[in-house]
Design a protein around this ligand. Sequence first.
Ligand code: SF4
Length: 354
Amino acid sequence: MKKNLLNYSKNEIPMLFESFGEPAYRAEQLFIGIYAHSYSDFPSFSNLPKSLINTLTKQFELRSFKLIREWESEEDQTTKFLWQLKDGMKIESVIIYEGQRVTFCISSQVGCPLDCKFCETGKMGLLRNLTQAEIVEQVVLMKERSKFKPTNIVFMGMGEPLLNYDAVMQAADIFSDSQGLGFSRRRISISTAGIPPRIYQMADEDRPYSLAVSINAPTQEIRKKIMPISKKYTLNQLMHSIRYYNNVTGKQVTFEYVMIKGVNVSENHARQFITLIKKIPGKINAIACNSDDTVYKAPSEEEIKNFENILLDAKQPINIRSRKGSEIQAACGQLYAANEEQGIKMVYINKDLI
Ligand code: SF4
């Protein structure tokens, strides 16, 4: 079986070429060709010798996805993609257009083990982690198909990115490499439901990417009901890791908050939330719940307005997001790929972390 070259980091390609007896500068030519020029096959590399192109063609590939479906929502200005991976599993990715902003929302796992109650992906369970190549290929292909270079890349699609830490960080390194895809590091955002050991790790390793944490509840009691991961890591423990991250890196955090009718959007909840994040520099990103679920629904416009008005007192930048992607179910927590139809079984990994 051919190996996928998108799985190799910038440092690993020279080692590979050394084993072929090729000089190191060829590795750089290859890396630039794959990412900066978006070559999808080896014959496109006119600067590489024929013999090397033949070797690469025999042993490696640059694309592995099959596009099953691509659909657009004019109302929400989003495009959603359903990809089939080599082993038959399926994942989704989304492009969200907002004015000058083009956000690529990508997946890090097939499904997700965290089972947040308002989330469609959570209902899939975890089927497996994506490889570095599968994370990278989502961006490469969306860029190719849309002809847009993203202004932002967010790990907010299917899966919990901090449970696939190495592959996610390696992919982000390729996105931000000046000879790779060349994106601004701070515009690459890792959005997590809150895995404190990995937040400490991101801080200690001084990873240059933005961190967004889905708080979603002002108290441990409420959070436990809608985010089972809170039974393993309490809200206090999560907030401690966020403070540590901020102290060590000096970087601000984005506090994500999914507003759910009758669950977490009362005026009292807004005040409790302000108290919770007080003195931690960061911005608030609140979005109305976008679930098809009969229990977890979006609040009314009036409830959202009241909630927002109180949050404005927090004197932190605040962004209340409209339900982007609702028409084609493309927003956060709405990505779902029907893998169970193939009888694929769920797997459980990172048992120590969840
Ligand atoms: S909201 Fe995120 S972390 Fe929670 S189940 Fe969905 S994909 Fe997983």
